[in-house]
Design a protein around this ligand. Structure first.
Ligand code: GLU
Length: 505
């Protein structure tokens, strides 16, 4: 890998819908590489396919990058000196290159109509417009110069296609896959400029990567088959010396490793595949996102980074800062990475534990607000959070783990304790109430000592009384240390809860 020139990389999504996690990983790897080498990270919107264009997709992409903490240096909203950053706005810049390719013998006008080509495809299911059949089709290679000039002068709809050479080998070095080669005989004459004057992806991507001085291209492996066309174009346009270095990232695979992870796998197996919720404007179908499912951006980014990359040690938890410092292309795997939702949840759990409470409190307040609880006692929230953090996989789990800190239980899970309940136990708790009124220092240690001393005096066992006590305070058989709960709830509330619960036992 040569780093002679300034590193400039781009994330170049087509605004067609929600962002698949593979797309975000591509953005992330571009970003990490750029930051590691103190280069620029560019967002370019590849919106030349108007049939697939979706209005709000660009906004979604921007919001998604922001949520992940991926900071762009140049983009449609933050133009630098290489703009515009939407390909549709660069439309006038492409035709001249297509024309130049024709002039130099590397491309040609094709006048075949969509219907003609569709008919050909019906008759020949494996039809590909290529060196094998281009002379039998209607284009400036098969027609005479006069006929071509006439058709053009009469304004006949036409496309411009690359003339892929016969019997050559396109060879290039990929930073991940090393030497890659393609036989040109297997590559078709791709359209470069469409009948509406818009470039196709193939022409636009090369022209723009050149114009924007892109130094390295990181993109998904699904673009590998397009690479020979791009490499030929770099050469034919006379830009071979400026060609970026290539890195085709391994696929993110289904959990069982059988093929590329798709949105449908997520629906089928019950996990998100998109970064954030996406609503299809036409069908109104909602596709769930990691963000809305309760993933912290730090966990999402960490999980994505290690899907196909490692730092050579066993370390799995990385902050963005560490990723930037440690990222290296050499440690990107060649093989596809299986997506494992349980592992993704583990990352979130680890990040919840790692994130300091102050940073989590805004989200915690939102969870409480969803349950109509407005509590701005930050000191209390902080203490509760510290007690239940260990048990949370998602921020939403705060409610399941800690709701009893915000309201008295409405029901009691007493089926297991009820048959063993007796007068002695009722008396024990009545006496406990009296003693709790007199406790001087209201803290977990003091109350635990008191509780245990009283159990010994009563002749019963700690085990027989601890669970009922927990159920009285919590409503169920779960939660953190019961004496810490006691301390936080405070004397008045604890006494109230024991009194209330005793009626049910
Ligand atoms: N517009 C392509 C996409 O949607 C970009 C591929 C590339 O990076 O060359 O992914």
């Amino acid at each position: 890998m040569s780093l002679q020139k300034k590193v400039r990389v781009r994330f170049a999504p087509s605004p067609t819908g929600g962002l698949h996690l593979g797309g975000v990983r591509t953005a992330l790897f571009n970003y990490l590489f750029a930051r590691h080498h103190e280069g620029d990270f560019i967002l370019r919107i590849e919106d030349t396919d108007q049939t697939r264009f979706v209005e709000v997709a660009e906004e979604y992409i921007t919001e998604c990058l922001e949520w992940c903490g991926i900071k762009v240096d140049e983009s449609p909203l933050k133009p630098g000196k290489y703009g515009p950053y939407r390909q549709s706005e660069r439309k006038p810049s492409y035709r001249k290159y297509a024309e130049q390719l024709i002039k130099d013998g590397y491309a040609y006008y094709a006048f075949d109509t969509a219907e003609e080509l569709a008919e050909r495809r019906v008759n020949e299911p494996n039809f590909r417009y290529s060196h094998e059949n281009r002379m039998s089709l209607r284009n400036s290679l098969s027609l005479s110069e006069e006929e071509t000039a006439k058709l053009l002068a009469e304004g006949h709809a036409h496309t411009i296609r690359i003339k892929v050479p016969e019997g050559e080998l396109v060879v290039f070095d990929d930073m991940i896959r090393e030497r890659v080669s393609f036989e040109t005989n297997l590559v078709d004459d791709k359209v470069l400029l469409k009948a509406d004057g818009m470039p196709t992806y193939h022409l636009a991507v090369v022209v723009d990567d050149h114009a924007m001085e892109i130094s390295h291209v990181f993109r998904g492996e699904e673009w590998l088959p397009s690479a020979p066309v791009h490499i030929l174009l770099w050469k034919y346009l006379g830009w071979e010396q400026e060609m970026p270095e290539w890195a085709h990232l391994p696929l993110i695979l289904k959990p069982d490793g059988n093929g590329k992870l798709s949105k449908r796998d997520g629906d089928r197996l019950g996990f998100p595949v998109y970064a954030m919720n996406w609503k299809d404007a036409k069908t109104q179908e909602l596709t769930k996102g990691f963000r809305e499912m309760g993933f912290l951006p730090e966990a999402f980014v960490n999980m994505l980074a290690v899907l196909g990359w490692n730092d050579g040690t066993d370390q799995e938890i990385f902050s963005m800062k560490e990723l930037i410092a440690k990222f290296s292309v050499d440690r990107i795997n060649k093989a596809g990475a299986k997506f494992d939702f349980e592992k993704a949840k583990w990352f979130n759990h680890e990040w919840i534990k790692k994130t300091n409470n102050t940073n989590l409190l805004p989200e915690i307040k939102m969870v409480l607000a969803d349950h109509d609880i407005r509590n701005n006692d930050e000191d209390y929230l902080d203490k509760v959070l510290s007690l239940v953090k260990e048990r949370m996989v998602f921020v939403e789990d705060f409610w399941g783990q800690a709701s009893f800190f915000f309201h008295t239980p409405e029901s009691y899970d007493i089926d297991a304790v009820k048959p063993k309940w007796n007068e002695n136990k009722t008396r024990f708790f009545q006496n406990l109430i009296t003693d709790l009124h007199e406790v001087g220092v209201w803290d977990a240690v003091t109350i635990e000592e008191l509780f245990k001393k009283k159990v010994t005096e009563s002749g019963m066992k700690v085990g027989e009384l601890m669970m009922p006590y927990r159920i009285m305070l919590v409503g169920g058989k779960f939660g953190p240390d019961v004496f810490k709960i006691t301390e936080l709830l405070g004397r008045e509330e604890v006494v109230l809860r024991i009194n209330r619960a005793l009626v049910h036992f």
